[in-house]
Design a binder for this molecule. Structure first.
Ligand SMILES: [Zn+2]
Length: 267
């Protein structure tokens, strides 16, 4: 397979693809799209590993999403057992999500932080990158502030700690702080219709950007409101090049290299 793109964050194990996942995964192969299939709880992490086992161009990440920390008791041993699989290339998605209609109280925040730290331990001990979900409350950067503080502290224990901040909605300062800590940022197809990310996309060094879809969520402008899929990563990469005013082929090749480097994928 001639790999051209890496979707650093998708959920093709979700039920939205139950009817046609084999056909979709075949189209990914034909278009040269590799996917990192990201778990959001134990069951979806197991499914991600099963898909990665079955298909050469799929890899898995295992973790418990911050919005699910109340629904599942984090079984570190079970995640660790999954994470030792050679096709598990990252730990997550994990992180902090304070985006709610009502204010997130300290109890919820502390629970999310506690579970995030358990993922950090796993990533540190297994020497695998983290896939982070840091969604702030409306109009703030609160989760980035808390996340950066936690990562700074964790780096003293695990100097090689690294990863990707998925669905990046932070600003230039947040990107810079994450970069200093060894973290890339990734953008979804939201950038095809929302102009809020242009400044940070231009300001971030090319070697610190990954492309992703977060499929089935966040479909691009071309099929807004419909189910998304990892093929949209092609549009995401083209849009990043357009926003930066750079050669599309140069950007495509660089983003591919970046994801291979972070996830330790063969060239
Ligand atoms: Zn996700």
């Amino acid at each position: 397979m001639n790999v051209r793109y890496i979707d650093a964050h998708c959920h093709v194990q979700f039920e939205q693809y139950a009817e046609d996942d084999a056909a979709l995964i075949e189209r990914m192969r034909n278009e040269g799209v590799v996917g990192i299939v990201v778990g959001v709880d134990l069951e979806s992490s197991q499914k991600a590993v099963a898909l990665a086992e079955k298909y050469e161009h799929l890899f898995a990440s295992v973790g418990l999403h911050p919005n699910r920390v109340a629904d599942e008791v984090f079984d570190a041993a079970a995640y660790r057992a999954l994470a030792t699989h050679p096709k598990v290339v990252a730990i997550g998605e994990c992180g902090l999500d304070y985006f709610r209609p009502t204010e997130v109280n300290d109890e919820v925040k502390n629970k999310q932080k506690e579970i995030l730290r358990k993922h950090i331990e796993l990533a540190g001990e297994l020497d695998k990158p983290l896939i982070l979900h840091p969604r702030p409350s409306k109009g703030t950067m609160d989760t980035y502030r808390d996340l950066i503080e936690i990562l700074k502290e964790a780096k003293t224990r695990y100097p090689d700690l690294r990863g990707d901040a998925h669905f990046f909605v932070g600003g230039v300062a947040e990107e810079e702080a994450l970069r200093e800590l060894g973290f890339t940022v990734s953008f979804t197809a939201v950038i095809t219709f929302a102009r809020d990310y242009d400044a940070v996309i231009r300001a971030t060094p090319l070697e610190n950007i990954l492309s992703e879809t977060d499929a089935p969520y966040l479909a691009p402008a071309s099929r807004r409101g419909k189910r998304n899929d990892p093929l949209a990563v092609i549009e995401v990469v083209a849009k990043i090049a357009e926003i930066r005013g750079e050669d599309p082929e140069t950007v495509r090749a660089a983003l591919l290299t970046n994801a291979r480097r972070l996830f330790g994928l063969p060239a």
